[in-house]
Ligand binder design. Structure first.
Ligand code: C2E
Ligand code: CA
Ligand code: CA
Ligand code: CA
Length: 274
């Protein structure tokens, strides 16, 4: 039994080694993908629920992999975050998004996601401002989306980072609102501008009508605090109408449009120009 145990241990050790090697190989591959521009922004419409006009786009990362096709963020964002590559990934994406958006009608804003870890690094504000001055994109057209996870870890640094960004005129949205913990404390501690109501609440509307109370409660809370709201994951006309009637400002979801590459947005841009 002892020998078998030792064999088992050896087997695990080898497996762990394989896993570490695989991770290291992936990291090298991801780094080269970032450097060679394989990580690209896709854009999903943000729509005013009252006027149904396009007001901006959320930037969602995709990996245009030469062999494997277009990979979703769940395949690489966490690796980038844990492998120390999220900074360069973010900067490349933001730069590309600012360049694209410079060609869009002036009023349209972009919303870019920050990974939890980026809120614990005070240099992020400088990095954002560098890209803005390099591209000439106005900070007033930029919103950054953060989640509670990043804030809870180190509230002091997160507060400092967000204050610097807001001082430059950049707006901050609290993403996936309602799913994290200590939500209200975060809203109170950080001067955020917008709550994004998590898709899970919106999805529930169709199947469990009483969940409308939660959506409505979040909108009421935001109103009382003077914050704007966006509902994510709107997939049908009934939800769009209902959430709009509840007083939510913006909507996002497959009903309005799926995340698409810049080249596929011309129709949206023509509409926005009118
Ligand atoms: P998120 O920030 O909550 O982004 C919304 C996600 O919901 C996107 O998934 C979007 O495609 C999806 N979605 C939008 N409308 C609908 C809908 O009507 N139905 C359904 N079923 N899904 C909808 P995606 O693009 O796969 O991104 C997943 C997550 O990956 C994002 O969630 C965000 O947390 C993260 N992510 C994406 N891009 C970046 C990035 O550049 N940086 C960082 N740090 N995270 C990113
Ligand atoms: Ca987001
Ligand atoms: Ca979200
Ligand atoms: Ca979400």
């Amino acid at each position: 039994a002892k020998r078998a145990g030792a064999g088992r241990f050896l087997f695990f050790a080898e497996e762990m080694e394989d896993e570490l090697r695989e991770k290291a190989v992936f990291k090298v591959r991801l780094r080269s993908a970032i450097e060679s521009g394989e990580i690209v922004p896709f854009y999903q419409p943000l729509v005013d629920l009252r006027s149904r006009r396009l007001v901006g786009m959320e930037v969602l990362a995709r990996w245009r992999h030469p062999e494997r096709g277009i990979l979703p963020p769940s395949d690489f964002i966490a690796h980038a975050e844990h492998g120390g590559l999220i900074g360069p990934l973010f900067q490349g994406l933001l730069r590309q998004a600012c360049r694209d958006a410079m060609r869009w009608p002036d009023g349209l804003k972009i919303a870019v996601n920050l990974a939890p870890r980026q809120l614990q690094d005070a240099s992020i504000a400088g990095c954002v401002l560098d890209v803005l001055s390099e591209t000439g994109f106005s900070p007033l057209r930029l919103e950054l989306e953060v989640t509670e996870t990043g804030i809870v870890r180190d509230l002091g640094t997160a507060k400092k980072v967000l204050a610097m960004l807001r001082a430059a005129g950049i707006r901050i949205a609290l993403d996936d609102f309602g799913t994290g913990y200590a939500s209200l404390r975060m809203v109170k501690e950080l001067a955020v501008d917008r709550l994004k109501i998590d898709r899970s609440f919106v999805v529930a509307l169709a199947s469990a009508p009483e969940s409308g109370r939660y959506v409505s409660a979040i909108i009421g809370l935001a109103r009382a605090l003077g914050l704007a709201t966006t509902a994510e994951g709107i997939e049908d006309t009934a939800s769009a109408k209902r959430i709009g009637a509840m007083g939510c400002d913006l909507g996002q979801g497959y009903y309005f449009g799926r995340p698409s590459p810049a080249a596929a947005l011309t129709e949206w841009m023509e509409q926005a120009e009118r």
